[in-house]
Design a binder for this molecule. Structure first.
Ligand SMILES: Cc1cc2nc3c(=O)[nH]c(=O)nc-3n(C[C@H](O)[C@H](O)[C@H](O)COP(=O)(O)OP(=O)(O)OC[C@H]3O[C@@H](n4cnc5c(N)ncnc54)[C@H](O)[C@@H]3O)c2cc1C
Length: 404
């Protein structure tokens, strides 16, 4: 195993998704030497979230009004369907939310990284951290020729998404407690008149409701209308309650796709959208939204950020905005200590970083959402569990949904 190519950076960042790219842009704008290591052939190799609110940070990172220039504005309606589509509740959220194409979104990040001199190493898979005296000082990664390289940094940020490559090394229980399977699917020629039904649609499926898969976890199937009969659709498996539910068997990807095929064919209300529709993209992937990681700094020198920290809004499974905010927060705080030439990773500094983050309003928002969804899913998916009982309590559930 050859070791070569040693280099020292201020920030070494794992993963060129929205979190890693935001972190790299913020750090480089502060004047630091930054490298991003990405295992894919391009930044953000696979499409993930393609809808987000127009928050100030999006303008700061990607340019003023870039989001609206590539997106279609959603109308703010959320349409919630009870199991079996027996009852429907519509809630409304007034804020500018746009849908767009992942590739256009990510390409803009890359353009911005070039403007500020960020280095991105593609086809380079991070394998493990390098430690010295209990501090993470760098990473080992495998390049496209399968050579193992070492790279060093004053701060290492794990922005590797649900893979959580470094968090996993330090024992974060992604598979057991954090990650939830989700189907990402893009459809054209769907059976929908978007002008008449522009709202986002969510279909609740209780555990025990599907006779062809009675032990399937509680799930939510969703429809996001885009334009010209194009939809983003999918299935979120809600795993937070599953460890406490004896009636659930955790499905493998094959079973998830079998259930998905059935839902598209015959789930009341949901299957209507698929008549004559063309599937353009479909895969089972993972979203870390059962709970947040407990410790964002598993070792001095390394911070888990974005999806690898479970830092998403678990209600909408939305993490784009939150990963960008978390990246900016941590980079700015670490950068301040770097500029002061401090021992960045002293125990006092780590405590200061953590306390500041826990007092940061975006963190308290995410924490609040996890608490809310925890109580919500316990009552609905665990205690009530099946279509019959969930439908009986739908009025009460509708009230809770209006707070989401
Ligand atoms: C189906 C689906 C729908 C979603 N819908 C929405 C939505 O509508 N709105 C919203 O806000 N959010 C949505 N999300 C969530 C959103 O996409 C994520 O929260 C966001 O992408 C998190 O960014 P990230 O940079 O932390 O992780 P990621 O985007 O996952 O990026 C991680 C990067 O790390 C790379 N990587 C992984 N392992 C390694 C390694 N060992 N070495 C090097 N590189 C590595 C990956 O290739 C990837 O490029 C959705 C997610 C999914 C899956």
């Amino acid at each position: 195993m050859a070791l070569n190519n040693s280099s020292i950076y201020d920030f070494v960042i794992v993963g060129a998704g929205p979190a890693g790219l935001t972190a790299s842009i913020v750090a480089a704008r502060e004047g630091f030497k930054v490298v991003v290591i990405e295992k894919g052939e391009q930044a953000g190799p696979k499409p993930r979230g393609e809808g987000m609110g127009h928050y100030a940070i999006v303008d700061d990172i990607l340019g003023k009004d870039f989001l609206s220039s590539i997106g279609f504005k959603s109308n703010g309606d959320r349409v919630w369907h009870s199991p079996g589509n027996l009852q429907i509740t519509t809630t409304f959220r007034e804020y500018p939310h746009y849908f767009f194409e992942w590739r256009e979104f990510i390409d803009r990040f890359v353009e911005k990284t070039k403007e500020v001199g960020v280095e991105i190493l593609l086809k380079s898979e991070v394998i493990e951290p390098i430690e010295k005296n209990g501090i993470c000082i760098g990473l080992k990664y495998k390049d496209e020729s399968s050579n193992i390289n070492e790279i060093y940094g004053k701060a290492v940020l794990d922005c590797s998404g649900y893979a959580g490559v470094i968090g996993r090394y330090y024992g974060v229980p992604y598979d057991e407690e954090i990650n939830c399977p989700i189907i990402k699917c893009l459809v054209s020629e769907a059976n929908i008149e978007i002008e008449k039904t522009p709202g986002l649609q969510f279909f609740f499926i209780g555990n025990g409701d599907l006779d062809y898969s009675p032990n399937f976890p509680p799930s939510v199937a969703y429809i996001f209308p885009l334009e010209n009969k194009r939809l983003e659709v999918g299935l979120m498996l809600r795993m937070a309650q599953v460890p406490q539910m004896k009636t659930v068997i955790v499905p493998d990807d094959k079973e998830i796709l079998r259930v998905w095929d059935n839902l598209k064919k015959n789930y009341p209300g949901f299957s209507e959208f698929f008549k004559a529709a063309k599937i353009d993209y479909e895969e089972v992937t993972v979203l870390p939204n059962a709970r947040m990681v407990k410790n964002f700094v598993p070792r001095p020198g390394i911070v888990l950020i974005g999806d690898s920290a479970g830092f998403v809004n678990p209600f909408g499974s939305s993490g784009l905005y939150y990963s960008m905010e978390m990246s900016q927060f941590w980079v700015k705080n670490i950068a301040k200590k770097m500029k002061e030439k401090e021992d960045i990773w002293s125990t006092e500094n780590i405590e200061e970083f953590k306390t500041a983050f826990e007092n940061y309003d975006v963190y308290t928002e995410v924490k609040g959402l996890y608490n809310l969804i925890g109580a919500f899913e316990y009552k609905i998916f665990n205690r009530l569990r099946t279509a019959e009982k969930i439908n009986k309590k739908w009025e009460y559930i509708s009230n809770l949904l209006s707070q989401a």
